[in-house]
Each structure stands twice: as structure tokens, then as C-alpha cells.
Ligand binder design. Sequence first.
Ligand code: NDP
Length: 480
Amino acid sequence: MQKIANYINGEMVAPVSQSYIDNYNPAQGVVYSLIPDSDERDVAMAYEAAHLAFPAWSQKPAQEKFKILMKIADLISENLEELARAECIDNGKPIKLARTVDIPRAASNFSFYAQAVTQFWSESHAMEHHYLNYTLRQPLGVVACISPWNLPLYLFTWKIAPALAAGNCVIAKPSEVTPMTAYLLSKICIQAGLPKGVLNIVHGNGPKTGMSMVTHPHIHAISFTGGTKTGADIARVAAPMFKKLSLELGGKNPNIIFADCDFDEMLRTTLRSSFSNQGQICLCGSRIFVEKPIYEKFKQAFVSKVSKMQVGNPLHEDTKLGAIVSEQHFKKILSYIDLAQAEGGTVLCGGKAVTMEGEFKNGWYMSPAVIEGLPFDCRTNQEEIFGPIVTITPFETEEEVLMMANSVSYGLSSTVWTQDITRAHRIASYIQAGIVWINCWLVRDLRTPFGGIKSSGVGREGGFEALRFFTEPKNVCLKI
Ligand code: NDP
């Protein structure tokens, strides 16, 4: 069976403990590779390597970092097919999604930040010709990047690329549930000539490997994407150590549909925004609010289309819904169907475990569910499910829908469908979310700030925001 290795000091190495964790193929429900069960000793080795690499890497001219990071981007693109296949097998996502979204965006993350760092600037403030202030933006040193399983390589590189571009050395941990493309990235970094120790990838579980990174006394910043509870655990430990923290956490995003919307386009996009990646995208709109005059029309059209969505082998070209990432997550999602019914909801379609045939019979599949009849403040409508379940709720007024949309503890993203542009701007200004899409969904410009408010996180990624996070501003005041 394939054994994944850690990437420390430019080399592929086994964990100090020599222990491994099972890695599952969720489409078949079988163990297909083993990942290092790393502990604080592996993290300490990675730190030593990163610490030694830091002086040279942090002083490299932007143009030289540009060349290496661009090489990594090019190699990701050249290996797109292998990486997409690996992501699909590791995560259960449809191959088409991995090929058109996950892997191309991982390459873009590197090419974007390779270029961004050549354009990065800082401020200067002249004081009536007697003094001049200028602000240096210096890299932090050794930083940690911890990422989740839903968009594995895409979110992993979204952190690593700006951290490296800003001149830091990095210790990174992908989710233990989906380690494969991070492992393949290690090989790409070696091929691209990334100097040893600049990036170190340490595999293992969150409480042991991840926490060893969080508690390490000399790791100065932690960029984390994952669940809100894990984010709180990390903050609790890191805050008294005065570490810089970027936390991208959970969501329970509203999708607000007004009667005057372009119905066909809204319906097409709402199918995607509800069920892409089996609903396991932090930006999926899991609470759908529909203005009363079109509620019945929407319900009929939506349920009819969702009922026809079939789960299938993620490696098949035509598959739109693949497997759920793990047995544990599968059980959690299904438990919300029971909860929704106990709370008075009606399951209009789906919500059942699906047993496939042959080699896929032990995989974790479920039919996409649409639920109605739930109060906006019940648990099903307030807690993040992170699976192929959406609720639909009618509304009468803007005030009412804003109240319901903003009633959750989360505030990551939101979607608004209307032809009335004034109303769209009004909703955008009142909605409690870090991201608002109007008449579209998941359109990403890497220059824009990305992140959430309330329990969805602290800080922003994207564009210069990430370069600012990964640098320390130092003001210098000079008498002229
Ligand atoms: P988790 O919080 O369980 O894990 C995220 C990462 O943190 C994993 O690498 C995990 O390792 C690690 N980890 C777990 N516990 C600790 C710990 N105590 N200390 C340090 N690291 C730890 O999230 P999931 O992987 O389940 O991802 C799903 C969540 O991510 C959802 O809530 C989703 O909304 C959110 N998310 C947010 C996004 C955003 O941009 N705001 C984007 C994508 C997802 P291990 O896998 O070994 O447990």
C-alpha cells in the first residue's frame, strides 16, 4: 500500500514515530494509502529546517521568488490530470470539478502571488517636510498553515503561496482526511527547485500534529481554515502566545431569491450553489429564501431537478454528485435529516443513504435533500451541516428575509437574486456576511478580500490582504 511521506528540509521522510494513519477512498469506503502520524518531533524538525532556510529566502529578491513560484504554478498545470485524479480519489469529488476548479485554482494561487509580491507596496507619510515616516513590511519568520478536506489542494495553496511570496518559511498541514495532493505538491516543489526548508509539509491529525504547530513557541503566525469549533480551540491556545491568527471558519449561507429574478439563470446556479462538491463547499447556500409570489413555482422546478440528480462514481466524466468525504461526516449529515423531521420539516426529496453496486458498495453516498416547513431559528437552519441538504423558506418582505438571513451565528457568504439593482445594493449593505454575490455565485477574483464575519472567522485572505497578514509592518520615522 502506498505510504505518503512528510516533506521536511527538501526531502521526503517517514514520521519519527514510524506510525501511519489509514487514508480512505470515500467512493469505495476502503483504505488505499497510509499517511504519517506525525507528532511534535516531526514539527520540531520542520521548524529547524524552516528556521535555517528563512534568512536566505526572506532576502531573495521578489523577481527570484517570482520565478520559483511560477515554476510551481506551471508544474501544477502540467500535472493537472494526475492531480485532479488524485483529488477525486482522495476526496470523493467529481473529477470534472477537480479538473475545472480545484487544480486550476491551485495553480492560479501560485501564479497570482508570484506576481502580487512584485507589485506589493507600503506607505510613507511625510510630516510637513521635517520628518518622513515610511513603513517596512517584513516577513514574520516561520509560519503555520492548516487547511481542511473539502477543497484540499486549492485551500492549501491559498495559504502557502502568499506566505512564501511574502518571504516566510512555512510548515503546513493538510487535512488527514485528504492528504494526497499535498504529498504530490511536495514532489512538485522539489522539481521546481524550491530551496530546502522553505516549505515543509507535515502530515497527521489535528489534535496532535496541528496542535504541535499551534503551540510551537517560535511559529509566529497561524493561518487556519476549517470548522468554527477548531478555530476557537486554536485561538484559545494561540492568543495568550500573541501569535498572529487568520481564521477562515464555517458558514450557513443564505441564498435570497426575489420574484423579479432571472428565474432560469437563478435555478441553474442555485442547483450548483446548493450541491456542488456534495454541498461541501464553505460558500454553498444552504438556506434558500424565496419571495412568496414565486415560492411554489421555485419549489416545483427545484425539487424536480434535484430529484433527478444521481450520485455516481466520482471518476466518471458525467458524475455531478460524488461521495461524501468520510464515514463520520456521512453519519453526521444523515443525522440532520432526522433532526429536520423532528423539528417539523418535510423532506421534499432525497436525504437517503444510497448504496452503489460492485466496488462502490461500501462508499458513502447520499441523495441530495430539499427540506421545507422549518422555522428559521431551528437547529437545522442555524447549524452548519456541510453536506447535500438545503432548506427552502418563503418570505414576504425585505425586512423579514434580512432578519432570517442574519439570524445565524455565521457570516461567511450570501447570494441575492433580483433584477432591482437598488434593492440588491441595499441588501448587500445590510447583510451580515463577508462576501455577497448578486445574480451569480462562486465568482472569484483573487485580488478581492475573502473571509467571513461573526463565527465565520477573523481576518481576510486574498489579494494584498494575505500579504499584509504574512508581513509585519514596521514604521520608521526619519528627521529630514
Ligand atoms: P476541521 O476544523 O476539523 O479541520 C481543519 C484542519 O484543522 C484539518 O487539517 C484538521 O486536521 C486540523 N485540526 C483539527 N483539530 C485541530 C487542532 N486542535 N489543532 C490544530 N489543527 C487541528 O475542519 P474540516 O477539515 O472538517 O473542514 C470543514 C470545515 O471547514 C467546515 O466547517 C467548513 O465550513 C470550513 N471551511 C471554511 C472555509 C472558509 O474559507 N471559511 C473554506 C472551507 C472549509 P484533521 O483533518 O487531521 O482533523
